[in-house]
Design a protein around this ligand. Structure first.
Ligand SMILES: Nc1nc2c(ncn2[C@@H]2O[C@H](COP(=O)(O)OP(=O)(O)OP(=O)(O)O)[C@@H](O)[C@H]2O)c(=O)[nH]1
Ligand SMILES: [Mg+2]
Length: 363
């Protein structure tokens, strides 16, 4: 993992969640990490946040040696996971996703005695090699609570890969006893779909007057939402947010009925004043109760587990393919042939696949 991407794991100063080791330190500590499986599993199950953070670092590691241990940790923790409500939160940059999580998370801790985990996917690290979250994670109060765990995750590799690691981090948080897991993602590319496919409840945060297209109405994001919240309903903005709420509610009517049987709603809230935050949570709780009663909650998780299996197979096949000696030997030359038009993409791909499945070329 490059140093810049590693720096994206850094949690803003003042946030209580322990920082994983950075840069060279991370690699050095990974190399010398002698903790046995039991250290991680016992630590996670007893809710030890530093050990949970270490385990997530292992899960995110691309080192072969870490991979095996990470899989064992997940395997051991899996039976203890599943007990949370998983809430995906998306919206354009600046919509107030982090601010809403800060206020809602604090509300859940104080009013409902919950433990709250936040996993934030940062797609910028893939594009720029840096992190926007380190500077922008607006979760001061939540971050200083013993009942919260906040973890920015740099997006690297494929978006499927992002989903994979985030899903695994989410399961570890559940095993550590977190009652609600929030996954924040910026509305970029396919990250929203990836997150939608791993959560129970999908929340779209919008702003009044920011343009429907930009905010996802025409990108199909709204169709995935169980709740649309128009944030920043405070000061002179109140009237505009009320109108935007009515428009959003109207737009939601045009989407086909969800297989969950749930009718998506539109609300307003203000992360600044706290207005609408209890109502927002009531909606999540109502959704969970209704879909549990109908069996959809369980069915959806079963589907997601199957999808996870397929993702693991795809990831593993890709990894094995790329590590195969015959592929490593031939790939560059064939890429060149395709680029120069000396071979068709189809023929080159077929030749590589044949080399991969040729028993005489096995690793
Ligand atoms: N007036 C007002 N400002 C808000 C509210 N919620 C968030 N903000 C402000 O809006 C800006 C963006 O808030 P964030 O919570 O960082 O937004 P975000 O959607 O997480 O942004 P990214 O993570 O960059 O995509 C900050 O300056 C917040 O202080 C609100 O309810 N009212
Ligand atoms: Mg944010």
């Amino acid at each position: 993992m490059p140093d810049k991407a590693e720096s994206a794991l850094r949690v803003r100063p003042g946030c209580a969640t322990p920082e994983p080791p950075q840069g060279l330190a991370a690699r050095t500590s990974a190399r010398h990490r002698s903790h046995p499986l039991k250290h991680y599993v016992d630590g996670i199950l007893s809710g030890h946040r530093t050990i949970l953070a270490q385990a997530i670092t292992l899960v995110e590691s691309s080192r072969e040696a870490d991979r095996e241990l990470a899989e064992q940790i997940i395997e051991e923790c899996l039976p203890k996971s599943g007990g949370s409500i998983r809430v995906g939160i998306t919206g354009v940059p600046g919509a107030g996703k982090s601010s809403v999580i800060e206020v809602l998370g604090t509300y859940l801790i104080r009013q409902h005695g919950q433990k709250v985990a936040v996993l934030a996917i940062d797609p910028s690290s893939q594009l720029s090699g840096g992190s926007i979250l380190g500077d922008k994670t607006r979760m001061n109060t939540l971050g200083s609570s013993d009942m919260a765990f906040i973890r920015p995750t740099p997006a690297r590799g494929t978006l499927g890969g992002v989903a994979q690691r985030t899903r695994e981090a989410m399961l570890l948080c559940e095993a550590a006893g977190y009652n609600t897991v929030f996954i924040e993602t910026v509305g970029v590319g396919q990250s929203e779909i990836a997150v939608h496919d791993m959560v129970d409840f999908f929340l779209l945060i919008m702003l009044a007057g920011a343009g429907d297209e930009l905010q996802g109405m025409k990108r199909g994001v709204m169709e995935m939402a169980d709740l649309v919240v128009i944030n920043k309903a405070d000061g002179p903005n109140v009237g505009a947010t009320q109108r935007a709420r009515a428009e959003a509610q109207n737009a939601l009517h045009y989407f086909p009925c969800s297989p969950s049987g749930w009718t998506p709603r539109a609300l307003t809230c203000s992360a600044q004043s706290g207005m609408g935050i209890p109502e927002l949570w009531n909606c999540v709780a109502e959704y969970a109760a209704a879909t549990k009663a109908k069996g959809w909650f369980k069915l959806s998780r079963q589907n997601q587990a199957q999808q996870w299996m397929h993702e693991i197979i795809q990831r593993e096949l890709k990894r094995r393919f790329e590590l195969h000696p015959a592929i490593r030997e031939q790939m560059k030359a064939l890429e060149q042939e395709v680029a120069e038009g000396r071979s068709s993409s189809f023929r080159a791909a077929r030749s590589l696949l044949e080399a991969y499945s040729d028993p005489s070329c096995q690793a």
